[in-house]
Design a protein around this ligand. Structure first.
Ligand code: 4GY
Length: 250
């Protein structure tokens, strides 16, 4: 997967490319991460990238010309890529979208706006898809681009450690992830569930499914509307109900 970010703050995005899982992914050539500074494509000696809005009002708008040149430059480097603009008006980004981008194997050119926004004509001419990471307004698209790249990159085979598997992640199956425990066996008077010490892999698998269902039920019941219960999940829930009934009778 190839990422090119068009931004006025390349240092911000390059720091992201240099660290952690993404940094290692780039080092091992599983992904590429490049920044293009939009200001480099400004044509005047002051390196202007913004201008006052027609019709008047406070704030500035990003000029179309430097942005267009920057997009064309990115496209010439990666002709097979999709141009995405980060904006609150876009289609909502989620795990499904992340998987979509990760499997399409098409590079991504991510445009990060600043100021009040970008000139409207840039959307129609240059942008393939507008994406929003949530219903809030940030001061620029960079954090949105980093959120997208982070979620996409970890779905590229080999980017996560070999033993890790994203297939068990939250949302991959429309459920929240099960609880996790590590040493010590007892912490602040709280023991870990016995089954995790049993060595019985089937029992552990079922306990994790149950934990995942319980968390989803308590924290994100809306997820059940999108992904219906499987036969096994129904069985686990019926068992859970019986446990609760026993508890209530005591
Ligand atoms: N929400 N999701 C978002 C954002 C900032 C002015 C256009 C968001 O993705 N991006 O809030 N972006 C604005 C800042 C120019 C982008």
């Amino acid at each position: 997967m190839d990422f090119t970010v068009l931004t006025l703050f390349p240092e911000l995005v390059n720091a992201f490319f240099a660290h952690g899982m993404i940094g290692r992914g780039i080092e091992s050539k599983l992904i590429t991460g490049d920044c293009i500074n939009i200001r480099d494509f400004s044509m005047d000696r002051h390196k202007t990238v913004d201008d006052r809005p027609y019709g008047g009002s406070s704030g500035m708008v990003m000029k179309p010309e430097p942005l267009q040149s920057a997009v064309l430059c990115a496209k010439s480097r990666m002709p097979e890529s999709k141009v995405v603009l980060l904006t609150p008006q876009g289609n909502r980004f989620n795990q499904e979208k992340a998987l979509d981008f990760a499997t399409k194997k098409q590079g991504l050119i991510l445009i990060c706006g600043r100021y009040e926004g970008i000139d409207e004509r840039v959307y129609t001419l240059l942008v393939d898809e507008e994406i929003s990471i949530g219903d809030y307004v940030m001061t620029g698209g960079e954090l949105g681009a980093m959120v997208m790249m982070d979620a996409i990159a970890r779905l590229i085979p080999g980017v996560l450690g070999s033993s890790e598997s994203f297939l068990s992640d939250s949302f991959m199956d429309g459920r929240l992830e099960h609880a996790h425990y590590t040493r010590p066996e007892e912490f602040d008077g709280q023991k870990i569930p016995d089954v995790l010490l049993s060595g019985n892999h089937e029992k552990i698998r079922l306990w994790r499914k149950k934990s995942s269902l319980q968390r989803t039920f308590l924290k994100r019941p809306d997820l059940f509307e999108k992904t219906a219960l499987t036969a096994e999940e129904k069985k686990i829930i019926r068992q859970w109900c019986r446990e609760l009934e026993t508890l209530a009778r005591e």
